[in-house]
Design a protein around this ligand. Structure first.
Ligand code: BGC
Length: 247
C-alpha cells in the first residue's frame, strides 16, 4: 500500500510517496527549501506544491517540529514564533483537501523506527531521540506512542538540554565526536534519572556516524542507531496518516 508523507524542517520541506508494506520511500523524494521567514502560509503552499508534484490524491501525513495538540501548534522552539497557537492541520487542509494528519517530527520518526527499523518488535519502554537543530523525542510503551514528549528541553546543568547536546551544537562549537559524546552522555544521565528505559534509539544525521560516539556513552540503557536515517520523518508521517495516529 502506498501513502504520502511530508517532513517540515527548518531548512527543507521534504515529501515522498511511501511504500507502507516495506517502510521505505517509493521513488525519489522531493526537497524544497523552507521559505524564509518560515511562517505558516508559505510553508503550506510548499507542502501543496510537493503533493501536486507527485499527483497524490488521498490523506497525507505532515510533521511539525513542535508540540501539536488537535492540530494546533503549542511550541515553536526552532521555528518562527508565528506558529504558536496556529491550527496547522486546518491551515494545511485548505491547501491539501484530501485530509491531513499532523504530528510532531520526532514522533513521526519514532513511529517509523518502531514499525520498520531499530525498534521493530521491541516491547517495554523505548525512547527515540533525534539529534538535529534541536533534540526531538518519541516515547513508546509496548510499541504505543506517548505523543509530544519534549525531552530536548529538560534542564541539564542549567541549560536547555538541546542547546548543548544537539547535533547543531556540535557543529556550531566545532566539537570533536568524543567531546560531543560527553555532552550527550551527561544529557542522557539526566534523562535516565527520571526514566527507566529498555532501549534508546538515536536518530538524525549524526546516527550515520554512530560508531564515532555511541560506543563512548555510559548509559545503563542499550543505545542503538536508527535505521531509516533521513527518511524516518517522511515514512512515519505517511504511516500516521494511514493509521490516523497523531495529534
Ligand atoms: C522541539 C521538538 C522537536 C525537536 C526536533 C525541539 O526543539 O521542541 O518538538 O521534535 O526540536 O525538531
Amino acid at each position: 500500500m502506498l501513502g504520502f508523507g511530508v517532513d517540515i524542517g527548518g531548512s527543507g520541506i521534504k515529501g515522498c510517496l511511501v511504500d507502507l508494506d516495506k517502510g521505505e520511500l517509493h521513488g525519489e523524494r522531493l526537497r524544497i527549501e523552507t521559505p524564509q521567514p518560515a511562517v505558516p502560509e508559505p510553508v503550506y503552499e510548499v507542502v501543496a506544491q510537493i503533493v501536486r508534484h507527485f499527483e497524490w490524491e488521498g490523506r497525507i501525513g505532515v510533521t511539525f517540529p513542535g508540540v501539536l495538540k488537535g492540530g494546533v501548534a503549542h511550541t515553536a522552539a526552532n521555528v518562527d514564533k508565528s506558529w504558536l497557537g496556529t491550527d496547522v492541520a486546518q491551515g494545511l487542509e485548505k491547501h491539501v483537501p484530501d485530509g491531513v494528519q499532523t504530528l510532531n517530527d520526532a514522533d513521526a520518526a519514532g513511529l517509523a523506527e518502531m514499525r520498520y527499523g531499530a525498534g521493530r518488535d521491541q516491547r517495554g519502554v523505548v525512547l527515540m531521540l533525534t539529534f538535529g537543530t534541536g533534540i526531538g523525542s518519541a516515547l513508546f510503551t509496548d510499541g504505543v506512542l506517548v505523543p509530544n514528549t519534549e525531552f530536548g528541553h529538560i534542564q541539564v546543568d542549567g541549560h536547555d538540554g538541546e542547546k548543548k547536546a544537539s547535533a547543531a551544537a556540535r557543529e556550531r562549537e566545532e566539537l570533536s565526536y568524543p567531546k560531543w559524546a560527553k555532552r550527550v552522555d551527561r544529557y542522557l544521565d539526566v534523562l535516565e534519572a527520571g526514566l527507566w528505559l529498555d532501549l534508546i534509539i538515536v536518530g538524525g544525521g549524526v546516527s550515520k556516524k554512530a560508531d564515532k560516539w555511541v560506543p563512548l556513552l555510559s548509559t545503563r540503557t542499550p543505545v542503538v542507531p536508527a535505521q531509516l536515517l533521513n527518511d524516518a520523518g517522511i515514512v512515519g508521517a505517511a504511516l500516521a496518516a494511514a493509521e490516523r495516529i497523531g495529534q
